[in-house]
Design a protein around this ligand. Sequence first.
Ligand SMILES: [Zn+2]
Length: 224
Amino acid sequence: MEKPIKILCKGCKIKTNHNLISEKSFEWTYEGMWGQNDHQLLICNGCDSVTYRQVSMNSEDKHPSGSKDKDGKIVWELDEAVTLYPPRHKVMISPIRLVWHLPVEVREVYMEVIDSFNSKIPRLCGIGIRMLIETICNHLKIKKGDLIDRINLLHIKNLVSTNLSDGLQESRFVGNDCAHKAELFSYDELEAAFSLIDALINEIYILPKKVAKLKKRNSRKEKK
Ligand SMILES: [Zn+2]
């Protein structure tokens, strides 16, 4: 059996061993150059998700291996260009643990926005973060004004803390400029925005459910 290949898994969100299910290799030559493309299907040993991996190399792209042959000549190694599909980002974002507590329309946008980050589509991810905050406000029937006004209303209605409201309003994602142009955000900015989004979701949808559960448990104890 072939040695497992360690790659970042989109399902497990960490590097895991993948087994090779199938492989086809093609060689090519062009004006004295030589190259090879390996097309592989890999399956994750942890979650069974399947990844397509392409490994390409050619006679022009190479680097010294650090060793010499018996005649004292440098041994060269070919550079390998590896492409994975679906694409993945080196930092993978996972959904919050109790994601099923979210209303369907919010959960669908939330999962799509995470997918756009993990698939390295930063512009769509930036637009998606704004759309996600809008969807949450719409679900709470807060539809007046622009996004900054609506976040303000979330705070006035005691749905989010002052810190979180300030953080969201400071974020470039909710600025009016962002609504009219496909702005490119860095992955650091997107990651930071996700921590605000997770805090928002936690305060609005998760915490109230936990508190209600706790109150129910305590009232049952008092009755006994
Ligand atoms: Zn996996």
